[in-house]
Every structure is written in C-alpha cells, then in structure tokens.
Design a protein around this ligand. Structure first.
Ligand code: CO
Length: 214
C-alpha cells in the first residue's frame, strides 16, 4: 500500500470508530436518520477547513442542511446555491438560514489585493466590488487585519441581503412561512460565533426596490 493510500485508510478507520461510537450510544440513530431528514437550519458558510459547520454549533447529522463555498457567497445566478436554498426552504421547510462568515477569510483577503490567483478571481469579484463601494468605512481602520475582518463582516451582511432578495425567500414570506435570515461571523482565534444582528424575517424589512409583489 502506498503512503498516500495509508493516510486515506486512516480516514476510513476514523469513520468506522465514529459510526460505532454513535451506534453504541443510540442503536436507532442511523436507522431513524436513514428514513428522513428534518433540519431546522440551512447553513451557508465558507469552504475553509477551519470552519466545520456542524461541530461549531454542536449539531448532529440530520440537524443542519449545509451549503459551503469560498467566502460564503450568495450569487443570484449560482444554480447550486439556488437549488440548495429552494430545497431547504420549500421542501425541508427550514425556519432559519444562517450565513456564517469567518474572520481572516482567505477569499476576502484575496479580493482586497491585486495578486492574480486565477479562475477564483472571478468568483471573488463580488467582494472586490463591495470593498470598492464601501471604501468610506475603511478610512479610519489602520491595521490590515482589522480591514480584512471588517470586510468579512460587510460580506456577511451583503449575503444576508442577497438571500432576502431572492424569489425563493420572498415567496416563502408571501405564503406566510416562518423564515429568518441571519448573519453570523466565526472567530478562527477563539472558536466563537457572533451574531451580527442583521436578521431579516419579513418582506417589510426590504427596501422598496427589492420588494416583489403579485
Ligand atoms: Co473563508
């Protein structure tokens, strides 16, 4: 067996132990989950390996529907994100969508600089635009680290707004479905999540330009 295959074998071994530990505690856990999932939350987070969705918020398999991409973006033409959102809201009927960004995000950092990275620069343009448009907010921020962290927060707020503007979310509210969009940020240094207090729970909170009516 090559060295590489051995390291993957470790992952399989870890998995067996994990599954056995859970089954030992609750023999019905996996059989029950296999029949259905009924998560109350949709998590939209960054792909960063240091921000594992379920672990951070102490949720078990079956409790969190998850979509992750680089820099936790909600791009209105992204069929992947839209499909996850539509299924979560209309079929699973989640009650909360959480956009969780994180400080020191590499995607956000890249969007602030001019170093060419390749294809991903297109994906990150959304954040580059945001940085350009919000320059006034950065005037009094001196350290590079604080600038990155501020843009990480502004990026989360932007994605919460982007979600609330989708037809999927607006249709849910029009049907009277209970659905809140939250913006959180995670600290890599302390493992803590903070609520940015930008929750949107109804169409009335949207500015006129974005509100869709029949
Ligand atoms: Co990130």
């Amino acid at each position: 067996m090559t060295k590489e295959n051995k390291s993957l074998q470790n992952l399989i071994n870890n998995n067996r132990k994990w599954a056995e530990d859970i089954s030992d505690k609750d023999p019905e856990f996996f059989p029950t989950l296999a029949k259905q999932q009924a998560p109350e939350y949709l998590w939209i987070g960054c792909s960063d390996s240091r921000v594992p969705a379920n672990e951070i918020v102490g949720l078990l398999p079956g409790e969190l529907f998850v979509h992750r991409n680089v820099a936790n973006l909600v791009v209105h033409t992204d069929m992947n994100m839209l499909s996850v959102l539509q299924y979560a809201v209309e079929v699973l009927k989640v009650k909360h969508v959480i956009v969780c960004g994180h400080y020191a995000c590499g995607g956000v950092k890249a969007a602030m600089h001019n170093q060419k990275l390749g294809l991903i620069d297109n994906w990150l343009l959304e954040i580059r635009d945001l940085y350009k448009n919000k320059q006034a907010k950065f005037r009094d921020v001196s350290s590079e680290e604080d600038k990155v962290d501020l843009l990480c927060e502004l990026n989360v707020v932007r994605q919460v707004n982007n979600l609330s503007h989708t037809t999927i979310v607006q249709d849910a509210w029009a049907r009277g479905q209970s659905l809140s969009i939250h913006g959180w940020i995670y600290g890599l240094k302390d493992g803590k999540v903070n609520d940015l207090d930008v929750t949107v729970s109804e169409g009335a909170q949207l500015s006129d330009q974005y509100r869709l009516e029949d």
